[in-house]
Ligand binder design. Structure first.
Ligand SMILES: Nc1ncnc2c1ncn2[C@@H]1O[C@H](COP(=O)(O)OP(=O)(O)OP(=O)(O)O)[C@@H](O)[C@H]1O
Ligand SMILES: [Mg+2]
Length: 377
């Protein structure tokens, strides 16, 4: 066998592009059309469904159409200062003329000094120096004006805010209200908001009490279609002369609860397991590899499960069987669960903690290997 030197065709844990990214054409077209048509978008989907990868693929298309696209991840933001530092950097990254950017920055943000330096490759790099000045609402407001200034009269700028639920960390000033007013005022700039905590994102955009109520057109992404996923898996294996039949491909999809990240993770583990030894993927091999992945995290899963209240544990056990109509009398009876009110609290808590997610009205355990762990205990 000479497969040793091949690269694993399956990828997970970061943004996927090129051949590792499939389907989602309709969603991408919808995003591109809505943003280029001058509207804002909020994208909902449970964790690890491929939101960020989809956004990067839309950005590629929008840049090819001449839009200036700014991607910003709220996850590392922990204070107003860190927001100002990281957002300034994100605004500068796609600028081809950094001198001009520095001019725009200086005219917009009065109290912060822009610094142009050179990285180890000799490329110019933008950063800022707070020079002892404090970051307050007015500095943030000036910074939030920059996309519109970059746009000028003839260009359009698109800003992509990822992990937007983290905006709640900036409540020392009225950040939400401030950003909302900029989003409303700016004529040449549009925004796309996405986040991995769907319940907080929905609260931010659907609650009448919140600044972002109705600020963007809602859009969601669901599971990747089964037939294309099967095709993708079979091709990945067959390129390494490994046979995967339809039924076993479906089995991989079902073990991973159809969640794109975990499909690729399990496929990657199977490929690694087989590449120098076997030629046909069997259900036994799928089970063996699932158990290997589970084993890597079994201490964590044990601790996580132990930490849950009795009602949460009961609900998690029921969710390994079904997540439909979980507050109905028949569900409660079938799985011998506590009252609907207690169950509501347990479900809300599990969703809030990111252990359980919901799609199309159905609840599911976010990590299929945790689900497998619960099934096995
Ligand atoms: N269209 C796709 N084609 C192939 N694999 C995909 C696709 N979308 C997602 N994946 C798989 O899912 C993984 C997670 O994708 P991504 O980080 O884009 O999801 P996300 O929804 O932004 O996740 P998070 O909730 O953690 O932010 C990728 O690394 C890849 O393995
Ligand atoms: Mg993401």
């Amino acid at each position: 066998m000479q497969k040793k030197k091949e690269m694993n065709p399956f990828h997970y844990g970061s943004i996927v592009r090129g051949n590792s990214f499939f389907n989602r054409q309709k969603e991408r077209e919808h995003i591109v059309a809505t943003l280029s048509g001058g509207n804002n978008v909020v994208l909902y989907a449970p964790r690890r469904f491929g939101k960020t990868s989809l956004i990067f693929s839309a950005i590629e298309q929008l840049e090819a159409q001449g839009f200036c696209c700014i991607y910003f991840d709220f996850m590392p933001v922990f204070s107003l200062e860190s927001f100002v530092r990281l957002y300034s950097k994100a605004l500068s990254i796609k600028q081809t003329n950094l001198q001009k950017f520095v001019q725009i920055f200086t005219s917009a943000v009065k109290s912060i000094r822009p610094v142009l330096s050179f990285d180890e490759n000799g490329s110019p790099e933008f950063s800022i120096d707070f020079a002892g000045s404090t970051v307050n609402e007015s500095v943030v407001s000036q910074l939030l004006d920059i996309p519109e200034k970059l746009a000028g009269a003839n260009h359009r700028v698109l800003v992509f805010f990822d992990e937007f639920q983290e905006v709640e960390k900036l409540d020392s000033i009225n950040f939400e209200g401030l950003l909302r007013s900029k989003v409303q005022q700016q004529r040449q700039t549009n925004y796309l908001f996405l986040g991995s905590k769907t319940h907080i994102m929905k609260e931010l955009f659907n609650s009448k009490k919140r600044a972002f109520y109705n600020a963007a057109l809602p859009m969601s992404i669901s599971y990747l279609p089964e037939n294309e996923t099967i095709e993708y898996l079979r091709k990945g294996f067959s390129d390494s002369s490994i046979v995967l039949d339809n039924e076993t491909a479906l089995y991989i999809i079902s073990v991973t609860s159809m969640i794109p990240h975990y499909i690729q993770q399990l496929a990657s583990e199977i490929w690694q397991y087989m590449v120098n030894s076997c030629d046909v993927v069997t259900k036994e091999i799928v089970d063996e590899c699932s158990m290997r992945l589970l084993a890597h995290k079994s201490d964590y899963y044990m601790e996580l499960f132990d930490r849950q209240s009795q009602s949460r544990k009961q609900l998690l056990q029921a969710l390994t069987k079904s997540g439909k109509n979980i507050f109905s009398a028949s569900y409660i009876r079938t799985y011998n669960l506590p009252s609907a009110a207690t169950l509501q609290r347990a479900a809300q808590g599990l969703v809030k903690d990111g252990i359980v997610d919901k799609i199309n009205g159905e609840y599911f355990i976010s990590d299929p290997f945790f689900k497998l762990f619960i099934k096995c205990t």
